[in-house]
Design a binder for this molecule. Structure first.
Ligand code: GTP
Ligand code: MG
Length: 552
């Protein structure tokens, strides 16, 4: 693939509730643009974006995948993501490096809980909405738009009009150009007369919403003047960038309908890498320069090949056979080959320009979230924020051999998926793996087996119940010992009371007037601490922080 200038690049993430058709639509777009020569299907396990054995087994995306296509002198990097919440770690990586988003919505179901989730997770990105699966029985474009306007924003406006629906879906009208793209034909056509009234109604909605953002245009519009396509495009671009407008397209990935207006919208309405600012770790933005700044946003580990690092370049160029600087680790990193990536296949390239995405094999130092730059004043790009763990399991290696290999394999696995976490629970002496859900952990154990030959079973973790103080109590203790000489005599008055949960342990010394010499007091606190409530795996009470007062 030839080299494109940064202004000609588009990095577009596809996000949705699980199963809205992102991978199928990606496949259709890649085929339509000539990037692939055969259309794969989820059911046949041969799509470009789903190639991992776990994805083929589950017939759903588990990892993000990238594939480029060329359209009207531009290069679009499609970034397909999983819709299932267990794999939102990948969504976090994609939302970090995409410059714009396509939010897919099922034409029958309308917005769903996963749509809400990705809508929130992409709230920093300019967005287009695709009402997909328009070929399905009971598909209802207008009803879905109404639901989206109700749920998210009045800036949700139609950009196309679908001709027919379900079995009779035959094409879509691009409202911007006022042209029809019919199934089976590559060239745009005049809008069929039978549809012109309905098309005019939707176009009115688009033009009105767009013109409202621009004083000159609204005056023109109110005076009844025709708004040109170029004027409309310009104001739409700004409205989308400022997240005031969210234009909606209609498509059927499975039947390859509605693809051209979608590709045109990506090229003409979504921002290029030049139009967006690169966030830095310190909360500022990267100042424009020729200096290299690239983010490692995903790492794939393989026991044989080693690391494969996905990078997004924010400034400068990342060249093959070069030395770069890992900003976080302050270490030199040698870059050998550099590739463009299309699903699982790689194509060598001399360099990745500003804004582009590619992969580098065998980086020695760098892991996901780190910045590759130059030694002189390279700045740290903002990292990736992952969802918190929500599901926990204890890990049990199956054999002695598995025990030996577990820790190395786990560290590679965690490097590959930072939304997985592992720790040893000291109270129960169990190794705990945590992630976003049971499927997430299931995929993790399958990977351990497949990639690193380590066999483990997962179990419900033991819970360490702990004892605590639940109410205020006071007691007095006397120590009397006759030993021939002076003898020993001491009185301890101890008060115990609970603190708010999580507040820890507090020792308050209430001795007044020096009746007990100061040097004895630390020993009392120490004694008290050593008698902290016991830990037990069987007891039903939980640990509460408590305060302990000592007085005489
Ligand atoms: N009728 C119809 N079915 C579709 C369409 N697109 C996808 N499907 C089917 O819907 C199912 C899910 O499609 P995918 O492409 O895997 O959807 P996805 O959004 O990538 O799914 P996840 O990655 O799991 O979130 C598959 O059975 C597809 O064949 C479409 O346009 N029309
Ligand atoms: Mg998918």
């Amino acid at each position: 693939m030839k080299e494109y200038a940064p202004a000609q690049l588009r990095n577009v993430g596809l996000f949705s509730h699980g199963g809205a058709g992102k991978t199928t639509l990606s496949e259709a777009l890649l085929f339509r643009a000539g990037a692939i020569t055969r259309v794969g299907a989820i059911e046949d396990g041969n799509t470009t974006m789903d190639f991992d054995p776990d994805e083929l087994r589950r017939r759903m995306s588990v990892s993000l995948a990238v594939a480029p296509l060329e359209w009207q002198g531009h290069k679009i990097n499609l970034i397909d993501t999983p819709g299932y919440a267990d794999f939102y770690g990948e969504v976090a990586q994609a939302t970090r490096i995409a410059d714009g988003a396509l939010i897919l919505v099922d034409a029958v179901a309308g917005p769903q809980v996963g749509t809400d989730a990705v809508w929130r997770r992409t709230d920093h990105l300019p967005r287009l909405i695709v009402v997909n699966k328009m070929d399905r029985e009971n598909a209802d474009y207008r009803a879905v738009i109404d639901a989206l306007r109700e749920r998210y924003s009045k800036g949700v406006v139609p950009l196309v009009f679908p001709i027919g629906k379900a079995d009779s879906l035959s094409g879509v009208v691009d409202l911007l150009e006022n042209k029809a793209y019919m199934s089976g034909s590559q060239e745009p056509q005049a809008v069929p007369d039978s549809e012109s009234a309905a098309v005019a109604e939707l176009r009115e909605m688009l033009v009105e919403s767009a013109c409202e953002l621009d004083d000159d245009l609204i005056n023109k519009y109110l005076e009844g003047e025709e708004i040109t396509t170029d004027e409309l495009s310009a104001v739409l671009r700004i409205g989308i960038r400022d997240q005031k407008l969210f234009p909606v397209l209609a498509a059927s990935g499975a039947r390859a309908i509605g693809l051209e207006p979608l590709l045109n919208a990506i090229v003409h309405l979504l921002p290029s890498p030049v139009d967006v600012e690169a966030p830095l770790a310190n909360g500022k933005v990267l100042a424009p320069s020729d200096k290299l700044a690239a983010l490692v946003f995903k790492t794939v580990s393989d026991a044989n090949i080693g690391r494969l690092s996905y990078v997004r370049v924010y400034s400068g160029a990342l060249s093959a056979d070069s030395h770069v600087w890992n900003v976080q680790k302050s270490k030199d990193e040698r870059v050998g080959q550099v590739f463009h990536i299309r699903g699982k296949s790689q194509e060598p390239t001399p360099r990745l320009v500003t804004g582009d995405i590619g992969v580098i094999p065998k980086l020695a130092e760098s892991v996901t979230g780190e910045t590759l730059s130059t030694k002189d004043g390279g700045q740290e790009l903002a990292g990736i924020e992952y969802p918190a763990a929500a599901y926990f399991a204890s890990v049990h290696p199956k054999s002695r051999n598995d025990v030996d290999k577990l820790s190395m394999a786990m560290s590679r696995l965690l490097e590959e998926d930072p939304s997985l976490r592992m720790h040893r629970e000291t109270s129960t002496n169990e190794v705990i793996l945590s992630g976003l859900g049971d499927s997430h952990l299931d995929v993790a154990t399958q990977r351990l087996e497949r990639k690193f030959g380590v066999h483990v079973t997962l179990d419900v973790p033991k819970v360490a119940y702990r004892e605590t103080i639940t109410s205020k109590a006071a007691a007095e203790g006397r120590h009397v010992r006759q030993t021939g000489g002076h003898g020993q005599y001491g009185v301890v008055n101890l008060e115990l009371e609970p603190l708010p949960r999580g507040a820890g342990f507090e020792f308050a010394d209430k001795i007044v007037g020096g009746v007990v010499p100061r040097q004895y007091i630390p020993a009392v606190e120490k004694g008290r601490r050593s008698r902290r409530p016991a830990l037990s795996v069987s007891s039903q009470r939980s640990l509460r922080p408590h305060r302990c007062c000592w007085s005489r």
